[in-house]
Design a protein around this ligand. Structure first.
Ligand SMILES: [Zn+2]
Length: 140
């Protein structure tokens, strides 16, 4: 078990779970992480899950309920988490991951958003969170 801090002071307990395949989970300030990932992919996923812990703290715990009951909240929460996660990747890998994660969000999170709505929101969030300009953005 590791303790990480979000916003510099709020703890997150990170547990490595060998039987998890590729998905991480967070519940409140507890994060479950798979162990069979490359170092970069582990870093990306941990950043993603720690973003959900931040959402938990900044909503005073309401994020867990909002995530379950509101498709729109869940969509925004995942856009933020995926955008933060991909920021650890090299730029060329990041671009491919944005495309891949757009599909993941659209297909797995029951958000009622289209692929193009999700792609635009994710790209905008990546640019916002990374203060980063993607030249040409041809992959769109
Ligand atoms: Zn997530």
């Amino acid at each position: 078990m590791k303790i990480k801090f979000v916003y510099g002071i709020f703890p997150a307990l990170v547990l490595n779970i060998p039987w998890l395949k590729e998905w991480g989970f967070s519940l409140a300030f507890i994060v479950l992480m798979p162990t069979k990932l490359s170092e970069k992919e582990y870093d990306r996923l941990l950043k993603h899950e720690l973003t959900h812990v931040k959402q938990f703290y900044r909503t005073f715990g309401l994020s867990e309920i909002l995530y379950l009951v509101s498709r729109n909240y869940r969509w925004h929460a995942e856009i933020e988490a995926y955008a933060t996660g991909v920021s650890v990747l090299d730029e060329n890998i990041m671009l491919a991951q944005i495309k891949h994660k757009t599909k993941t969000i659209t297909e797995h999170y029951r958000t009622n958003k289209t692929l193009s709505q999700t792609r635009a929101a994710l790209l905008q969030e990546v640019i916002r969170t990374n203060n980063f300009k993607i030249q040409g953005a041809k992959y769109i």
